[in-house]
Design a protein around this ligand. Sequence first.
Ligand code: NAD
Length: 483
Amino acid sequence: MSDFIKDGLARNYLAGAWVEGDDGASIAVEDPGNQQHVADCAKAGEATLAKALDAARASFDRGDLADLNPSARGRLMIRIAQEIRAIAPEGAQLLCRESGKALSAAHDEFEEAAQYFEYYGGVADKIEGKSIPLGPDYVDYTVFEPYGVSAQIVPWNFPVSIAARSLAPSMAAGNATIVKSPELDPIALALLGTALERAEVPAGAVSILNGIGADLGARLAASSEVDQIVFTGSVATGQHILRSAADNVVPSLMELGGKSAAVAFEDADLETLISSLKSGIFYNAGQVCSAMARVLVHRSIYDQAVERAAELANGLRVGHGLDEPEHTPLVSAQQLERVEALTSTARQDGARVAAGGARLDRAGYFMAPTILADVDPASRVAQEEIFGPVTCFTPFDTEAEAIAMANGTEFGLVAGIFTRDLTRAHRVARKLRAGQVFVNEWFAGGISTPFGGVGKSGFGREKGLEALYNYVRTKNIAISLKG
Ligand code: NAD
């Protein structure tokens, strides 16, 4: 058995060993479904980070991953996938309790994490350069090289699968990686270190550190020992990290927030729209960057759509994640406070509350599933990311109006189109300002489909082959044959 947790303390995975935090410091982790203590997590600070950076640099300089035969690197990653599946039952329980999500959703995160390692393991030996014709006197070709030490900062909404989403391509490319877990739910991600340990990942090639964002996260992002920064989280933190990246002139990948809109035309299938809404805004209590945060509906079917959405919201079974409910709590008291406060501005701004609108009166941090109707597209609830189970309905009359509204925020992560007219679907998809467009199914796609933002939703792409090229840089080698 792994030493990952000892005396109720989940530890940091550093250079192949399990270590405590700086000066024995720890973070108390709470179950948002019942406000009970789950466990403590060892808190890494400056000293632990320095050790992880040294270990990562040494591992990279030794060529632990980069100089491994690429197909052997791929096999190592497939083995990690197998080990992730082996720890999934234990991990899902921990993740369910620390994050509040449903047990099946927690299990899905581990499964998805395993799939990322399989997918990128399969391409580790296919990161091919090209040859460039320069005439008979030259041979010219490109090779892809890893950056070196990749710093990866992970949010709390999908800590395990998002960590795997970045770690797997980073390893496939041959980087050494330091992952900073989110302080609200770090335990299941720390457990992932067990899968790395059992798969015999070279010591130092990956470390997983638990710590506070403003301390450990900021130090990691500002370190001159880091060669690349991958950040998934809020816009404000992303901007902070980008300032550090600018100081060190380090490439970065930013996966930030969203305020994504579904556009339902008059010929949309209402059943399809409502079932997409169920996962689109209520999965993980709406704490999803690509949530269906706005629903723009053609006026001819608008009232019916709002009524069906309200019925859905009012009928969701609420409960603790272990009881496999349809609606789970928000991750923290602070998050509930924020979601409720922002939702309450909707009424003052002229919106109608068709369902929910406030917290639920029960233990845990539950916000009622909320449908806001007749939302002014310029109002705060239509413009700011709520990151909770709250969506905003607004009617439209013309295609052009719908596109303008969908594109009318500072974000651009995903968008959706609901119509039976495929010509219109293609036409509108091209005009929507988003990194990914779903047609007739919110969250269509998977680990192999590129994902990322436009505008303040960030830049760079995760998932799919596309993502791999965020983790390498191109070197050109030009050889004269003249001599
Ligand atoms: P957050 O920005 O508060 O925190 C994200 C991570 O950054 C955490 O690990 C945190 O500890 C760390 N952090 C906080 N302050 C830091 C600092 N000053 N320097 C370095 N690191 C710091 O975000 P969150 O509340 O954890 O997550 C919610 C946000 O993440 C939402 O805006 C959501 O849309 C976004 N998100 C985006 C994606 C995507 O793929 N685009 C996926 C999930 C979440």
